[in-house]
Design a binder for this molecule. Structure first.
Ligand SMILES: Nc1ncnc2c1ncn2[C@@H]1O[C@H](COP(=O)(O)OP(=O)(O)O)[C@@H](O)[C@H]1O
Ligand SMILES: [Mg+2]
Length: 230
């Protein structure tokens, strides 16, 4: 067990991921324990393995060696990764990944297809989520009719649709100006405080990183320093 007073939500053991045989070693033995309800920033230069690391944690990709444990269970033992993601993980990406032909309200409902909810319940939940991110009036708009900051708010609402235990955000402010970036981080941290899910935010911005419980620094596929969480 981790010597953290909190229960471990996710833990990696000598996690490795290589590409092109072993020519590109994106992750070279990551050992980390992240507690239930913790907020963590992952920082490090471009190419150091941050996105690869996040994809491993979210079961979007599989390790070359080592293991990821979710509440003590190896992801290798989970047969249906897409079902696991649908019920457990929320993803937020730098480029939003909204479907261009769907309205904001429809985009938010996308992850709900895995839930056995009526169309009415899905819609009501999506309205509630858009309200929560300050876009209650914009439900019928297409992504191209929204600003970058608004698109990321829609993506955040979508990431919350399934009530995730773990929210993974890969440079969520990378495409935003500083004002919008600050607002998006405020929103993410507010949601984290209210809902107490675990959140991991990849960012280059040390001002953002300083606002989470803990900063994990990566370099060349490894964790450099990991100051104890407060
Ligand atoms: N699918 C892939 N095929 C080959 N190399 C990859 C692939 N994904 C990532 N890489 C390489 O792995 C390293 C880490 O990439 P990435 O995790 O995207 O870093 P970061 O998100 O920190 O910029 C880089 O050298 C990148 O080129
Ligand atoms: Mg990346």
């Amino acid at each position: 067990m981790p010597d953290d007073s909190r229960v471990a939500l996710i833990e990696t053991r000598d996690l490795r991921r290589s590409f092109d045989g072993d020519r590109v070693q994106a992750l070279r033995g990551i050992n980390i324990t992240i507690g239930e309800g913790e907020s963590v920033a992952v920082a490090g230069p471009s190419g150091c393995g941050k996105s690869t690391f996040l994809q491993m944690l979210g079961a979007l990709d599989e390790p070359t060696a080592g293991d990821v444990l979710f509440r003590g269970q190896s992801l290798r033992e989970i047969r249906d990764h897409s079902l696991f993601r649908a019920h457990t993980i929320g993803f937020i990406f730098q480029s939003f990944h909204l479907l261009p032909t769907l309205s904001a309200l429809e985009n938010v409902q996308m992850p709900m297809v895995e839930m056995a909810w009526s169309p009415k319940k899905r819609r009501a939940r999506a309205v509630e989520l858009l309200d929560a991110v300050g876009l209650g009036e914009r439900g019928s708009h297409l992504p191209r009719e929204l600003s970058g900051g608004e698109r990321q708010r829609v993506a955040i609402a979508r990431s919350l649709a399934n009530g995730p235990k773990l929210l993974l955000a890969d440079e969520p402010t990378g495409n935003l100006d500083s004002t919008n970036a600050a607002q998006i981080i405020d929103l993410l941290l507010q949601i984290h405080r209210e809902q107490r899910m675990t959140i991991i935010i990849v960012t280059h911005d040390l001002a953002i990183a300083g606002r989470t419980d803990r900063i994990v620094r990566m370099l060349d596929g490894q964790i450099v320093t990991e100051p104890a969480s407060s």
